[in-house]
Design a protein around this ligand. Structure first.
Ligand code: AQP
Length: 330
């Protein structure tokens, strides 16, 4: 069975984009792959976050993984810091990565244009792609399901793996990104030119997994559209409507074109209402399970079990590379 690995950085509340672009995929893939799903807590501290918020987010992330259908008996679900090898391999790989490569990372370039960047952006934020490479390579993952924005990081991981293998012998599997066909980039409802994001402070554009039905309906009904007045899938000229079609299609397991055929005769108001209904229907059982799970004592036990399964694999890979590069005496 091939190995797949992915994770989420719970730097804020999880949202519809995290669900469609990540968690929903993980749940499907656990049927056919040896699946590792982790909570990327180290990645959360690359940008400012309060300790209380971070702790809450970690618990929520795990509870939502389970509520959405990740099965700890089938998948290895763990917290990144419970496996110390992530940070250790991250440092080793940062010594195999060139500054030019990190400078080219789009997420860094975007943030590096901001005001006061020298006092805001940390060394950890700059080198986080090498930590992400370690996350993946520790488990010799064959495939890494990611949303559109993370593809570049998996490509850097491949380059680092190939470089290490060339220099020190065959150590790492070279992973391939897996990008979902529908919903790899869910856009903000209030600005379809921007990705739906946890760190976006304007919450009108983001549907959170925790949102009540009334809030979901309000956000969808006020989603930015256009003056064309025809429901059609045309991301260039009708980005708002196309985003809503993509959301509906991803939840329904159909193509945006099939969704368009279903709604093309409707006015925007009726179409938006159908999309809101579909999201509310999808979230209802997830939110009910989340409420049961989040207060239960099961979360600790599940993380402990996941770390127990992940640690020996990670330790084996770290030992191999340490030996290969001459860090170990025995
Ligand atoms: N809007 C999205 N559409 C589709 N996929 C998405 N993902 C995130 N947002 C969308 C995918 O979810 C996985 C986990 O992402 P992450 O939470 O670890 O990091 P991120 O991409 O940086 O997510 P955010 O919400 O945009 O967080 P902030 O605002 O903190 O940067 C990834 O595979 C991602 O592509």
């Amino acid at each position: 069975m091939k190995t797949m690995l992915s994770g989420i950085k719970p730097s804020g509340q999880l949202h519809l984009g995290s669900y469609i672009g990540a968690i929903k995929q993980f749940v499907t893939y656990q049927e056919d792959y040896h699946m590792f799903v982790f909570i990327a807590n180290l990645h959360c501290i690359t940008l400012p976050i309060t300790p209380a918020e971070l702790t809450d987010n970690l618990r929520d992330c795990l509870a939502f993984y389970l509520a959405c259908g990740l099965d700890p008996e089938r998948s290895t679900i763990f917290l990144q810091t419970d496996v110390k090898e992530h940070a250790q391999l991250g440092f080793i790989l940062s010594c195999q990565t060139y500054l030019g490569e990190l400078n080219r990372m789009t997420q860094y370039k975007d943030k590096a244009q901001g005001k006061n960047r020298n006092d805001v952006l940390t060394a950890g934020f700059y080198t986080y792609p090498t930590l992400m490479a370690a996350d993946i390579l520790l488990y010799n993952a064959d495939y890494v399901p990611v949303g559109d924005d993370q593809k570049q990081h998996v490509e850097l991981t491949r380059d680092i793996a190939e470089r290490v293998n060339k220099r020190f012998g065959q150590i790492f599997s070279v992973p391939e990104p897996v990008i979902t066909k529908v919903g790899a980039r869910i856009m903000a409802l209030d600005n379809p030119a921007k990705k739906m994001s946890k760190s976006e402070h304007n919450t009108k554009g983001t549907i959170f997994l925790k949102d009540e039905p009334a809030a979901i309906r309000k956000k969808v009904m006020s989603a930015v559209t256009d003056m064309v007045n025809k429901v059609s899938y045309d991301p260039v000229n009708q980005p708002g409507i196309s985003n809503l079609l993509t959301i509906y299609a991803a939840l329904e397991g159909i193509t945006p074109q099939e969704a368009e055929a279903k709604f093309s005769s409707l006015q925007y108001g009726a179409f938006k209402s159908a999309v809101a209904d579909r999201i509310i229907e999808e979230f209802a059982p997830i939110q009910a399970r989340y409420r049961e799970i989040v207060g239960s004592g099961d979360l600790d036990r599940i993380l402990a079990k996941g770390a127990e399964k992940a640690r020996p694999i990670a330790a084996g890979t770290l030992k191999t590379i340490q030996k290969a590069i001459g860090l170990d005496i025995f």
